[in-house]
Design a protein around this ligand. Structure first.
Ligand code: AMP
Length: 523
């Protein structure tokens, strides 16, 4: 039987796993690394290197090295996230023809789907060389809060890479699957995921084979990098002002400080005190390079990072509130992301939920392992050699509604509603003799439509001319099991109706995806 791989396509790092001989394996690169930087570096001939080698090229090819593509994929050019990224990354983000951000490297423009496809193809090739056979099928994970555009774009990236994507699965669901949680039980599980740059917490309801994400909350700018930064600031405060200014001016010195801080942070997960040496960042009286020496205790570190740790629990409160649960209702907690190795995080999670976290699966690998388990059972079902995989139920990541008079947004479907779902509300005309109505569909949590993301609009014509408030229009939202949204408006008087199917508005067309497929290109 062929193999299907599970891929955790991360913001900073990705992992690929395969279920073989009854157990999941995590696949290493030729250097032995089991996590692979989600980094693509393009040379002047546009040849691409991916993973650990690409990360090393970042230093001398900053404009041609693309990282954090996951922050941009499936977003709109003018979205807040893209604007933030533009200020932070050295590579060039340019507008694409569908209002989507694209990446310009030297004289070529890439879609985000193509960038991610390079990472996916690299992971596919690692699996193929390990298994010594071609791999065609995969399950790819995405954050639970990803909207339809982001999911579709990730799926397209898989197709471009030459993979048949069996399913896009939520990361927390994959993590829970890796622990085989729930098995014939009915329980709530929390997945606490603190990575290098982002934090998410999801509450799952597991009933036997049914995994439902009941709520999810997160902070896309809270992660291990912030812990490093707090420590760097603490170390820098020990320098004279002139030395501080010199370090700030030198990217290489700043990087050395960050690396030293990260090293100390890791050490403090198992020791009480860490010595810190930052080589060659200072100058002595005669202008010769000098090292910076310091030390930090675990108690000091805990004090420094306490506000960050606290922030993660404010997000946990939000997720529990949305699920209408208390920490004591949670039967198990699963830790995901390298930062959850940190002692202060483990202790804080245990005290918040009142129970120790699940142990045994590596927090960097748990999502890919769950994806591999799901991939293997889906392929088994496809080939008729196994039972259908666990049925995974999803929820709407954000509220959906329509614009109403006064710039307000009237919600029809609340966030975290299980799909498939249908919801109808009746509206009336707002001016006398109105013969048509424009239905504008928005996604987001704000009461004002301008602060939400517009998904699309359509017009229902042919209304009976009448005084305002007399003509009744029923607006229905239907979301199917794949998360595709259909909106219909119907004049209740005459039965006239108009509708819109909300596809990925910044996505690629099927023929564009086909043209981008690596198999159809010459490298
Ligand atoms: P991820 O994005 O999941 O790969 O998470 C990477 C983050 O985890 C980085 O900020 C690392 O510094 C951090 N990390 C990895 N191992 C440890 C450890 N043993 N103790 C503390 N932090 C760690």
């Amino acid at each position: 039987m062929p193999y299907a791989i599970g891929i955790d396509l991360g913001t900073s790092n990705s992992v690929v796993s395969v279920f073989r001989d009854g157990s999941p394996l995590v696949i290493a690169d030729e250097e032995g690394n089991r996590t692979h930087p989600s980094v693509v570096s393009f040379g002047h001939g546009q040849s691409a290197v991916v993973g650990a080698r690409a990360l090393r090229q970042m230093v001398y090819n900053p404009n041609g090295t693309v990282y954090s593509a996951k922050r941009l994929i499936g977003r709109e050019m003018h979205s807040e996230e893209v604007t933030k990224a533009q200020a932070m990354v050295p590579y060039q983000i340019v507008p694409g023809p569908h209002g989507d951000p694209r990446i310009q490297v030297h004289d070529r423009i890439y879609t985000l789907q193509e960038i991610s496809a390079h990472v996916l193809r690299y992971l596919k090739q690692l699996a193929e060389s390990y298994l010594d056979e071609a791999v065609a099928h995969a399950v790819i994970t995405v954050p639970a809060y990803f909207n339809d555009n982001q999911r579709q774009a990730t799926r397209d990236a898989g197709t471009i890479a030459g993979l048949e994507v069996l399913r896009i699965v939520n990361e927390p669901t994959a993590a829970a699957l890796a622990y085989g949680l729930g098995q014939a039980k009915n329980e709530y599980v929390a997945v606490y995921d603190l990575g290098g740059g982002t934090f998410d917490v999801s509450i799952l309801h597991i009933m036997g084979d049914v995994f439902e994400v009941v709520s999810t909350a997160g902070d896309t700018y809270l992660g291990g990098d912030d812990f490093d930064k707090v420590m760097v600031d603490h170390l820098m405060a020990q320098l004279k002002e002139s030395d501080q200014a010199a370090v700030r001016r030198s990217p290489a010195s700043r990087l050395k400080f960050k690396r030293a801080a990260e090293q100390a942070k890791r050490e403090l997960s198992s020791t009480e005190e860490a010595a810190i040496v930052v080589e060659g960042v200072l100058k002595d009286d005669r202008g010769f390079e000098k090292d910076f020496h310091s030390a930090i205790t675990r108690v000091q570190y805990n004090q420094l990072v306490f506000p960050l740790v606290k922030r993660t629990f404010e997000v946990c409160d939000q997720a529990l509130n949305a699920a209408k649960l208390e920490p004591a209702d949670i039967a198990a907690t699963v830790m995901v992301g390298g930062m959850t190795r940190s002692l202060i995080i483990r202790e804080a999670v245990e005290s918040y939920f009142g129970r120790s976290a699940e142990q045994g699966v590596n927090p960097d690998e748990v999502v890919a392992v769950g994806a591999a388990i799901q991939a293997s059972s889906l392929l088994g079902a496809l080939e008729g050699t196994g039972t259908a995989g666990s049925l995974l139920i999803d929820v709407t990541p954000q509220s959906l509604g329509v614009a109403t008079v006064g710039g307000f947004c009237e919600r029809l479907i609340e966030r975290n509603t299980a799909i498939p779902v249908s919801q109808t509300k009746t509206f009336t005309t707002s001016v006398d003799e109105q013969t048509e109505v424009r239905i504008e569909v928005f996604q987001g949590e704000s009461r004002m439509s301008a602060d939400n993301e517009k998904l699309g609009e359509f017009v229902l014509e042919g209304l009976r001319p009448a005084p305002r408030g007399e003509v009744r229009i029923a607006v229905s939202f239907d979301i199917d099991a794949n998360g595709i949204v259909n909106v219909t408006a119907e004049d209740e008087d005459n039965g006239r109706a108009a509708s819109i199917r909300l596809d990925a508005s910044t996505g690629l067309t099927d023929s564009e995806v086909e043209d981008m497929k690596f198999d159809n290109l010459d490298f």
